[in-house]
Design a protein around this ligand. Sequence first.
Ligand SMILES: Nc1ncnc2c1ncn2[C@@H]1O[C@H](COP(=O)(O)OP(=O)(O)O)[C@@H](O)[C@H]1O
Ligand SMILES: [Mg+2]
Length: 476
Amino acid sequence: MSTEHHTSEITGWISQARWFAGKGRDWELTSLRRVGELPRPTGEGQTAQPPPELHVVIDLAEVTYATDGEDETDLYQLPLAFYAEPQERISHALIGEWDDEDFGHAFVYDALHDRESMALWLAAFAAPPSPVRGQLEFHRLPGHDLDVEAHSTLFSGEQSNSSVAFGEDSLMKVFRKVTPGVNPDVAIHRVLTEAGSTHVASLYGWLDLVDEDTGTTFQLAMLQQFLRTASDGWDLALASVRNLFAEADLHAEEVGGDFAAEAARLGVALAEVHADLAAHFPVEQRDAADLGHLAGAMEGRLDAALDVVPALAEHRTRLRATYDQLRGLDQVEVQQVHGDLHLGQTLRTVRGWKIVDFEGEPAKPLADRLQPDSVWRDVAGMIRSFDYAPRVVAMTASGDGPEADQRNYRASEWAARNRAAFLEAYTTQRGEELGSSARTLLDAYLADKVVYEAVYEARNRPGWLSIPLAALGETT
Ligand SMILES: Nc1ncnc2c1ncn2[C@@H]1O[C@H](COP(=O)(O)OP(=O)(O)O)[C@@H](O)[C@H]1O
Ligand SMILES: [Mg+2]
């Protein structure tokens, strides 16, 4: 497929996209491959027919980075809409105008912004065409009748993927950076949906592409229950902290916006999700050698972090001692976990807490993200989030001097209270105390996370570096 004449348009579109992870790096579009065209709905009369001149396709764009003589590539998914005439209503989503090999002269748009295009996706999920090798394969889970009349709305916001809501019925998440193999978000949502978990949005369907040449599968998108009544856990936590700060003379447990009961319910939700995951994915044992390896990896990350954040040096001995404790453990159980858990991955609905985004740690290859890991990694992620929320509010509030000291004190109080409530509920739901080996693992994952945060903040938000550093100052 010839690409020359529109390379610059596509390159320009990718470089400004929110989901593009390579901003600021030196990169080039090295190939663009058409992997499928969305079918037109059959069964005339039942579904509104799309405009006759519209073609919706998925192209995979290969992005190559020049890194120290070694090429590194990523594949990005681009759903594109081709129209013979310009479309005023989506002019903000125009990528360019060019002669396409398949469709001739066309005005090309990001299809996710286009209701007409999205209607084709929804229709394909509603009535999956019989799969043809090498083409797009739409899959459905039984149990829910899709509202095929629903109009699409693209979610705005800082996301690594793109999500499109269909009315109040369903939500399609289009994975932007794709790699061959099973996507844990699809695999885990499927298992938890089939297990009847009440703590996830039910999976309705997913889209696969089986590459004819290599036989590998790419998972391109998933369709799930739209949680209409949901509030973001992070936003709720911030609101609770603001409430506390506004009540100058009260303690965390005395104010109206106290979060501890929510933190406890989150602990129960996480324990239940972990139990379901343990029941349906492999559970394995890690021995002393594995734990030595884990300690070594954490030490390695600390050493690398010291170059970026010299202020970590004064905590080095204690952090190393924390990691070293791992070497004293001889058997640890591991299982499928979330892998990237924080308050921003939780939603509170009228039916309780839901956990979203099981894609795992974005930096890891897909295959590694379905490897069993320790549940304490997830617990540590949430606990760090309980520390971030009040400190972010404290930092952005006005007034310094004694007022700032007071805010910092109350931030610590909020964090400690919610951490305790969360942990207590989590361990109670699991039916076990926080034993010494669990404590050792939790402390190590917490320390490792704080070191990661310090590097991240130093590089991206130097003004926030004080958040992880304060956490290191507090631990004994
Ligand atoms: N089923 C859902 N219903 C409503 N909102 C959702 C649902 N799933 C996710 N969201 C919202 O969309 C945001 C992004 O979703 P997420 O799965 O975390 O995508 P990303 O991989 O881009 O981070 C979430 O933070 C949440 O606020
Ligand atoms: Mg997310």
